[in-house]
Design a protein around this ligand. Structure first.
Ligand code: FE2
Length: 308
């Protein structure tokens, strides 16, 4: 390809399997009558927003592919199997059939290794793709007509600390961006994590009974709103500074590194994000948020002294 590759959009795209369950796609065995509409409409708005941008590949970082020795990247061209959520097998039994951009996967591994990160291509053809990757990919592109690259969650936040983990994920994001730019491809990036993540441990008799759905704790809600406001204001540098506290105070799923990876890939955005939706799933806080790198270009092209 003649053009330099680029990231056409990045999104925080959380993966509660409940959202796929409530959408009733043909790939999922259980059926729902309704549920979690504010989040599902948020995904609908994200899909609508992406309609005017073409992309060749979806790169997704998932909290539920947990690897112990560094970061792994799917490296088999095609996967087809059944994904069953280990916590909610009553809601998510999804027959997936997906293609992988192995060329870009290899390039991301090589860039990461060059940067000193421990990286590995996952080449086991019998590997079961995790539901975090599948749910985010499905909700953003239910047609499944675009190859994906799936990146694992290394455990550095857990084995070292939140500062080390965030630094590593930012570096991984930068390596991902360099690989995309060199590839000549247009990429959509998805960070598949929730925000606050303390949750209920018992389900209502009817899973989609929305009278039982609300945030687990007001403190979590305050943190979610604060973090989202920073995104809306384009203050991702401040968000990263507060990330260790957010992870600890709100038991955030950012501890798995997906959002930090995305922010690193996007060059730590200083332009406003678009929030397409926020809602809770079994008490956890989930936001669907989009960054359009074109907005950064808009800002840099603006004459000095002219504000937005
Ligand atoms: Fe999760």
């Amino acid at each position: 390809m003649a053009d330099a590759g680029r990231i056409v959009a990045g999104a925080l795209a959380p993966h509660p399997p409940h959202l796929v369950y409530a959408d009733n796609p043909p790939q999922n065995e259980p059926n729902a009558t309704c549920g979690w509409e504010t989040l599902r409409w948020g995904y609908e708005r994200l899909r609508k927003s992406l309609e005017d941008r073409e992309f060749d590949v979806i790169v997704v970082h998932s909290p539920h592919w947990k690897t112990v020795q560094g970061t792994h990247v799917l490296g088999v061209p095609h996967f087809k199997s059944l994904s069953v959520d280990p916590i909610f097998p009553n809601l998510f039994r999804f027959h997936y059939d997906l293609n992988v951009d192995v060329e870009l996967a290899r390039a991301i591994v090589a860039e990461g290794q060059q940067q000193g990160l421990t990286m590995q291509l996952m080449e086991n053809p019998d590997f079961r793709v995790d539901y975090g990757t599948i749910v985010a990919s499905h909700l953003v592109r239910p047609q499944w007509d675009t190859p994906i690259v799936a990146i694992s969650s290394s455990r550095s936040h857990h084995y070292y600390n939140n500062d080390v983990g965030t630094a590593e994920q930012l570096a991984l994001g930068e390596a991902t961006r360099r690989a995309i730019e060199k590839s000549g491809k247009r990429a959509l990036l998805l960070a598949s994590n929730s925000l606050s993540h303390r949750h209920f441990t018992e389900e209502p008799a009817i899973a989609e009974d929305m009278s039982a759905e609300h945030i687990y704790h007001h403190g979590q809600y305050l943190w979610d709103m604060h973090v989202i406001e920073l995104m809306r204001q384009g203050r991702c540098e401040a968000l990263l500074e507060e990330m260790p506290d957010f992870i600890e105070h709100a038991t955030s799923e950012c501890k798995e590194g997906s959002l930090q990876w995305l922010l690193g890939a996007l060059g730590v955005p200083d332009y406003p994000a678009t929030v397409h939706g926020y809602g809770t799933v079994i008490g956890t806080g989930n936001a669907i948020v989009e960054w359009n790198p074109a907005h950064k270009a808009d800002r840099s092209n603006r004459a000095p002294g002219v504000s937005a």
